[in-house]
Write a protein that binds this ligand. Structure first.
Ligand code: HDE
Length: 697
């Protein structure tokens, strides 16, 4: 391993400096005498090209960037491990699924899809959830999303989808958002996208944190056991901390305040030893179920409701280490859907099959050659033996004479005359012998033709609050679309999904009458039952664990109340940050200075899950007209956050216009410990949704 000054160990003959030598060198190992001044002819003379030290430095700098990912450019990677809690030899022969208690190292990269590398974290978008398992049988990459379905059914449509979503080619905007003509034009001409549209217009597309999202393998894969018997499988990641999203207005503000909100959240949690965990679940089913199921199991725009095939939990993923170097790990990690191990196999899902070509191809472009598996983050952690050789940046070069097979050299003893590796029927990967026949055609099967039934099922499975958020999101996005015909075409689709939703959106965008329904390829099923598993609010954590309380203090604030809030939050495993008018903090009622984590205008309430305001009466009066203080309270109110307060802050709450509007989401904690405990317990509901003006369940 290179040391912290990046003094690479170089080749085998490299002489390590004796003792502690921190002399800077060039990449060629030449010691550097002056790293601040280019070699010139005289003090004010021209720079000399002869300066190999300066030229090497600039040359390397000029080549620091590699192409960003075409999609999922903005991402954040973390190390972890997967522990198998239930062996499943009946389904799969994969070693990773057979030794109960065994731990497999992992690297997981979360991402947004549409934005570029520097785009804000809280864009309304799908989140990538890609995990590389370094198994004893080679790397298995489960390259999924936080949404279990996709926009399209066939990989050939992917470039169009992405072109339509990304900035328009003429103007180069808008960045990291779908609220524009090109996206909705494409979508409204692609009925197969309607189920996915319901998901991206739901709060799933604005998660509070990577830690509070589900993950899905999306496609139907196969598990194959030692006898060669195959079952179909869908993979699920279930966050132990429960699901949670933000509200749209909050997302917009968070992006301004902290574009790194999600990556910072992950870094901070891991840094604090608060390791996020997910359970790996599988939905397993056989050919008979596949036959009977209402939809085609090869269609990636469909789910299999958990109520129909339960998710069986088989292991736990724990993310427990941040990267040492963002570029080396997060940027260079190369996921490939075709990386599977014996015991797992593909199906003929036409989206998956296209991906299996695409990912290898993309890595060649991004990482510059075929040897990207030599980069430590991509290298398997099991023995690797083959006759592949050479190519750019070859790091592991075979020794000995044989570089082909069959050969008749030595007998596998590792000597110079060794014959090298041999394929093994017994241990090697064998494809499941799925029968394949049929004419070569370009035609989508009839079984892929229903585009609205599950879109409707998703919508009716949401709580009224979530349904309102979806209608609002559709209204917001379509209001950004300039062409009237695109807006109305979308409402023509919504009419097949839910009449009320279509009406709400039509009202929202000001249509006087509902447009015609778009023509159907196939009559939808309108009586699919609700699936509670699809709602975020029905699957909340019921605890404030892993969440963040922001306590806004100022001079004279009741020290006992602050300390009671802090310990009540810590007791349930929540984080606390102190916000004050100055970053130095504030003197509380006990005369002691309490340090602040944030100054008020750098610590707005949008970055906290719940807030508290604890000040002396004079301070509250002083800040009653202070804009950042008013925003702090107003936003918390507008985003339905629980707010703890002491009566001494009345002037400030009055200044913010909320004193007379206090509802059950405001909790007076002046009486101390028990009140603070009750407040934190109430915060387990995460939001006081009753404040939102919608009908309740
Ligand atoms: Fe990807 N996708 N994708 N994708 N995808 C990439 O690979 C592609 C699709 C997903 O954190 C690229 O390494 C095609 C579905 C994730 O590094 C590229 C199709 C799903 C990531 C690519 C799809 C995904 C990618 C860009 C249509 C959810 C980020 C850089 C068939 C199941 C992985 C790269 C990371 C990345 C192609 C569709 C998830 C260009 C052609 C469906 C999480 O190869």
């Amino acid at each position: 391993m290179a040391d912290q000054f990046n003094l690479s160990e170089g080749g085998a003959n490299h002489q390590k400096p004796k003792g502690k030598d921190d002399t800077m060198t060039t990449a060629q190992g030449h010691p550097v005498a002056d790293d601040q001044n280019w070699l010139t002819a005289g003090e004010r003379g021209p720079q000399l090209l002869e300066d190999h030290i300066a030229r090497e430095k600039i040359f390397h700098f000029d080549h620091e960037r590699i192409p960003e990912r075409v999609v999922h450019a903005r991402g954040y990677g973390v190390h972890g491990h997967f522990k198998l809690t239930r062996a499943i030899p009946e389904y799969s022969s994969a070693q990773i699924f057979n030794e109960e208690g065994a731990e497999t190292p992992t690297f997981t990269r979360f991402s947004t899809v549409a934005g570029n590398k520097g785009s804000p974290d809280l864009a309304r978008d799908v989140r990538g959830f890609a995990t590389k398992f370094y198994t004893p049988q080679g790397n298995w990459d489960l390259v999924g999303n936080n949404i279990p379905v996709f926009f399209i059914q066939d990989a050939i449509k992917f470039p169009d989808l992405i072109h339509a979503a990304k900035p328009a080619p003429d103007r180069g905007f808008p960045q990291a958002q779908t609220a524009h003509d090109n996206f909705w034009d494409f979508i409204s001409l692609s009925p197969e996208a309607m189920h996915m549209v319901m998901w991206i217009m739901s709060d799933r597309a604005i998660p509070r944190s990577f830690r509070f999202m589900e993950g899905f393998g999306v496609h139907t894969f196969r598990l194959v056991n030692a006898e060669g018997k195959s079952h179909f499988v869908k993979f699920h990641w279930k966050p132990k901390l429960g699901l949670q999203s933000v509200v749209w207005n909050e997302a917009l503000k968070v992006n301004g305040m902290d574009p790194d909100f999600h990556r910072r959240d992950m870094w901070d949690a891991i840094d604090a030893g608060d390791f996020p965990q997910w359970e790996l679940g599988i939905q397993v089913f056989d050919d008979d179920f596949a036959e009977e199921f209402e939809f085609d199991i090869l269609d990636a725009t469909k789910i299999i409701p958990e109520e129909q095939v339960p998710v069986e939990i088989i292991g736990t993923l724990t993310l427990d280490a941040n990267v040492d170097n963002f570029f080396a790990e997060t940027e260079q990690v190369a996921f490939c859907t075709q990386n599977i191990v014996p015991g797992i196999d593909f199906t003929d899902d036409p989206l998956l099959q296209g991906r299996n070509f695409s990912y290898l191809d993309t890595q060649l472009k991004r990482l510059g050659g075929p040897n990207f598996t030599h980069i430590p983050i991509n290298a398997p952690k099991c023995p690797v033996r083959h006759f592949q050789q050479d190519g750019q940046m070859a790091m592991h070069n075979p020794k000995g004479r044989a570089n082909y097979e069959p050969n008749s050299w030595g007998s596998g003893d590792g000597s110079k005359e060794d014959r090298g590796p041999r394929a093994s029927q017994e241990r090697g990967f064998t494809s499941y012998e799925a029968p394949v026949e049929g004419p070569k055609i370009r035609r989508r099967g009839e079984t892929f033709a229903d585009h609205y039934s599950q879109a409707r099922q998703f919508y009716i499975s949401q709580t009224p609050i979530e349904q309102t958020h979806m209608a609002n999101a559709l209204t917001f996005e379509l209001s950004k679309v300039e062409r009237m015909d695109i807006r109305t075409r979308m409402v023509g689709h919504l009419r097949h999904i839910d009449g009320d939703l279509a009406q709400e959106v039509a009202d929202g965008i000001g249509l006087d009458k509902l447009p015609e329904k778009v023509p159907l390829a196939r009559e939808p099923i309108t009586d699919l039952p609700e699936s509670p598993a699809l709602s975020i609010l029905k699957n909340g954590p019921g605890s404030f664990k892993g969440r963040k309380l922001g306590i806004y203090i100022a001079e004279g604030g009741d020290a006992e109340v602050v300390s009671a809030l802090k310990s009540a939050a810590k007791d349930v495993g929540a984080m606390v940050e102190i916000i004050a008018p100055h970053v130095a903090g504030a003197k509380l009622s006990d005369g002691k200075m309490m340090e602040a984590d944030e100054k008020i205008d750098g610590g707005p309430s949008v970055v906290y899950d719940a807030v508290a305001v604890v000040m002396g009466e004079d301070s509250a009066k002083r800040f009653a007209k202070d804009k950042p203080s008013i925003d702090f309270i107003n936003d918390a109110f507008a985003h339905a956050k629980f707010t703890a307060y002491v009566p001494a802050v009345r002037a400030l709450l009055t200044g913010a216009g909320v004193w007379d509007r206090r509802d059950d989401g405001f909790i007076d904690v002046s009486s101390g410990k028990t009140a603070a405990k009750d407040f934190i317990e109430t915060c387990g509901k995460l939001r006081f949704w009753e404040r939102e003006n919608v009908k309740q369940d």
